[in-house]
Design a protein around this ligand. Structure first.
Ligand SMILES: Nc1ncnc2c1ncn2[C@@H]1O[C@H](COP(=O)(O)OP(=O)(O)OP(=O)(O)O)[C@@H](O)[C@H]1O
Ligand SMILES: [Mg+2]
Length: 229
């Protein structure tokens, strides 16, 4: 079943002549879809449109059959976990622990339940030693892991990850891969925006390539899920 449906979606940033996306037609299902393409081809813009952070100039976006304009930003945010290309944009808490636990507390989890869940993610992404550190003081790879942990902890039904492997070493990439496979196994679909072709080859079932705001290629990969990272 189609999760996100884009019909004839065009976009340009305000006061810019350049059309960043041109009449995009794209159906995203509950699987792992990679979006690839050169710098500036429109990948991040496309994901922000899918979340309703930006609105198309023309065309329609539907989430499970209903127009995105009928959802509030918060509602979309609860359903789709979004990991920003630049993790600094995502952080707003004074410590790593609170960054991961914030939305759980907000959703009514008690302190003990929050502690248990946060500790699991601190441990999995090897951030326990930094739990009292200010997120912006972390290294690039640690920030990336924190950004991912802070989203995955909410068990979203769908994930959009914009360049999740940037700054990760080989071992941490493998851990991320394994965690994503587990998440997919639980029925979570995802969009993976990446320049990391090897990671895309291992994780994605479908690869959509953008070029100058248009879809240049849309192909399926066989038996990628479950390959060794
Ligand atoms: N806020 C903005 N205002 C004006 N133009 C923008 C803005 N954000 C992006 N652009 C332009 O829109 C185009 C697409 O940008 P986008 O960030 O979507 O590309 P991308 O494919 O994600 O690139 P990258 O691989 O570098 O992350 C680029 O030409 C960029 O300069
Ligand atoms: Mg981008």
């Amino acid at each position: 079943m189609t999760y996100l449906e884009l019909s004839q979606v065009s976009f340009n940033y305000p006061k810019q002549n350049k059309q960043v996306l041109k009449e995009i037609n794209l159906n995203i299902k509950n699987e792992v879809t990679a979006i690839v393409g050169a710098n500036g081809s429109g990948k991040t813009t496309l994901t922000k449109l899918m979340l309703g952070i930006l609105q198309p100039v023309n065309g329609q976006i539907r989430l499970e059959g209903k127009s995105l304009t009928e959802y509030s930003l918060a509602e979309v945010g609860r359903r789709i976990g979004y990991i920003f290309q630049n993790p600094d944009q995502q952080f707003f808490c004074p410590t790593v622990f609170e960054e991961i636990g914030f939305s759980l507390t907000h959703r009514g989890y008690g302190p003990e339940a929050v502690r248990k869940k946060v500790n699991y993610y601190l441990d999995y992404f090897e951030l326990s030693a930094y739990k009292n550190v200010y997120p912006l003081h972390l290294s690039q790879g640690e920030k990336r892991r924190l950004a991912i942990a802070a989203i995955l902890v909410n068990d979203p039904e769908f994930l959009i990850l914009d360049e999740p492997t940037v700054g990760l070493d080989v071992y941490r990439k493998k851990l991320l891969h394994e965690h994503l496979l587990k998440t997919v196994g639980l029925g979570c679909g995802m969009i993976l925006v990446s320049h990391d072709i090897k990671f895309v080859e291992r994780v994605a079932e479908r690869v959509v390539e953008l070029e100058n705001g248009q879809i240049r290629r849309d192909r399926r990969q066989k038996d990628t899920i479950g390959q060794e990272a």
